[in-house]
Design a protein around this ligand. Sequence first.
Ligand code: NAG
Ligand code: NAG
Ligand code: NAG
Ligand code: NAG
Ligand code: NAG
Ligand code: NAG
Ligand code: NAG
Ligand code: NAG
Ligand code: NAG
Ligand code: NAG
Length: 376
Amino acid sequence: MDETKRNSLRQLVRTPYSLVALSHLLLLLSPSKTKAAKSEKISLPGCPDSCGQVAIPYPFGIGLNCSMSEDFVVFCDATNGELFFNNKNGTKPTPYTEDLSILILNISISSGQVRVNGPIFSRCYNNVTERVSRRSFSFELDGTPYVFNHDKNNFMVIGCDTVAYVDFTRIGKHSINEAGCISRCDGLEDLTNGSCSGIGCCQTSLPKGTNAIYVNFDGRYNNSRVYDFNHCGYALLTTEDDEFEFNTLYITTDELNAKTTTVLLDWTIGNTTCDVAETNLTSFVCKSENSNCSNSTDGFGYLCKCKDGYEGNPYLEKGCQDIDECANQNSCSNPAKCHNTQGGYYCSCPLGWRSTRNDFRQCELNVVPVVTVKWR
Ligand SMILES: *[C@@H]1O[C@H](CO)[C@@H](O)[C@H](O)[C@H]1NC(C)=O
Ligand SMILES: *[C@@H]1O[C@H](CO)[C@@H](O)[C@H](O)[C@H]1NC(C)=O
Ligand SMILES: *[C@@H]1O[C@H](CO)[C@@H](O)[C@H](O)[C@H]1NC(C)=O
Ligand SMILES: *[C@@H]1O[C@H](CO)[C@@H](O)[C@H](O)[C@H]1NC(C)=O
Ligand SMILES: *[C@@H]1O[C@H](CO)[C@@H](O)[C@H](O)[C@H]1NC(C)=O
Ligand SMILES: *[C@@H]1O[C@H](CO)[C@@H](O)[C@H](O)[C@H]1NC(C)=O
Ligand SMILES: *[C@@H]1O[C@H](CO)[C@@H](O)[C@H](O)[C@H]1NC(C)=O
Ligand SMILES: *[C@@H]1O[C@H](CO)[C@@H](O)[C@H](O)[C@H]1NC(C)=O
Ligand SMILES: *[C@@H]1O[C@H](CO)[C@@H](O)[C@H](O)[C@H]1NC(C)=O
Ligand SMILES: *[C@@H]1O[C@H](CO)[C@@H](O)[C@H](O)[C@H]1NC(C)=O
């Protein structure tokens, strides 16, 4: 039986987050942002639209007044240019794990995703005390509009005598499920950098709608057997887009303890589909006239998208702006002339030329039988 599962899941977790390191944060952002004049607003009027290198598009915002709801309140550490999730009070970051606030790396409006730093859970053996020490906790998003993206995130286990489980809950399901994998090896010679297929590293995916994970290490595998070259086992979530790869140094050193990974979260608005949401225009948040509603693929809520030919922020009035296709030299090919329209564009041909039958972007010579007529 695994060593932590005897405790209730909830007990595993809720060590209050300590705010000490973040206590002197300034909310002021560098005012000297020189933005291209034509760029559209991505945030509400008067609200900061970035923190360090990270853009803050509405519905996200600093403070309740700048965000759509408590769930989208973020917190800027202007000193370090770092953006975090806030809790409902606007004081401490959440969702959170035991000792890790959630750092936001990037927010995407068009895909309804946010990239965040993920924790690395570890369990180390000490051959002197013959005890194990654990950094084993949870990553909980339940009660928020966020879920772990199921396409891109993997649960990865690293170690030569490590078996780790991930217990998880899912949107709309009341049961707790479990996944996990076995990572073992007899010596370093079996390991290959970049390979995660059971020898020193194993991985498994999470199902759609996963909104909380609880990591446990199996106590029967504790690194005492492989102590001469591997002291610790690790478990983590990582996205495929991340550069994170298995490295033999993670077996032989404790380098991984100082690292974080990247996790991809999906977010949605509300808990109804578009057809229901659209019936109440007061609460419907696709405010731009050139936006479209799209059902979330995670099984609850909806997202707003700019219509084809428009780009920007569909959650803001006038947020979706016409794309000037003619700014792209390749929209019409020479000698065709480009004409931008609302939501589209067309190409026109000079005198003596006509549009190519199969490609409106091309012109061809308007060849007519050459008849030379001479007038007297
Ligand atoms: C939010 O807006 C309301 C009304 O517009 C204002 O009274 C309040 O002070 C604002 N709160 C913050 C934190 O700016
Ligand atoms: C919100 O903050 C107040 C005081 O700052 C505190 O008493 C309360 O427990 C906090 N609530 C939450 C949910 O953190
Ligand atoms: C953040 O996301 C935007 C839009 O999805 C993308 O253009 C940009 O390159 C991303 N930035 C980083 C640092 O990943
Ligand atoms: C613990 O491990 C170290 C290095 O691997 C070794 O030098 C030491 O003898 C071991 N101690 C015990 C008590 O096994
Ligand atoms: C470590 O694992 C070994 C072999 O399974 C077992 O005999 C030992 O009791 C374990 N030690 C701890 C502290 O769990
Ligand atoms: C894996 O890469 C690290 C450097 O990142 C290197 O030190 C190590 O020797 C490599 N391991 C193998 C088996 O090639
Ligand atoms: C889901 O919708 C119901 C009403 O249909 C509402 O009471 C509830 O708060 C909503 N939950 C979330 C998470 O938005
Ligand atoms: C529409 O949404 C608003 C704001 O959430 C709410 O106050 C109102 O009761 C809703 N109207 C209906 C008909 O559900
Ligand atoms: C959203 O889902 C509902 C129910 O499955 C469906 O009736 C509706 O057509 C979908 N709307 C869009 C915009 O995909
Ligand atoms: C808007 O959404 C509807 C259905 O969801 C779709 O049929 C339509 O093509 C979309 N329009 C644009 C311009 O994207």
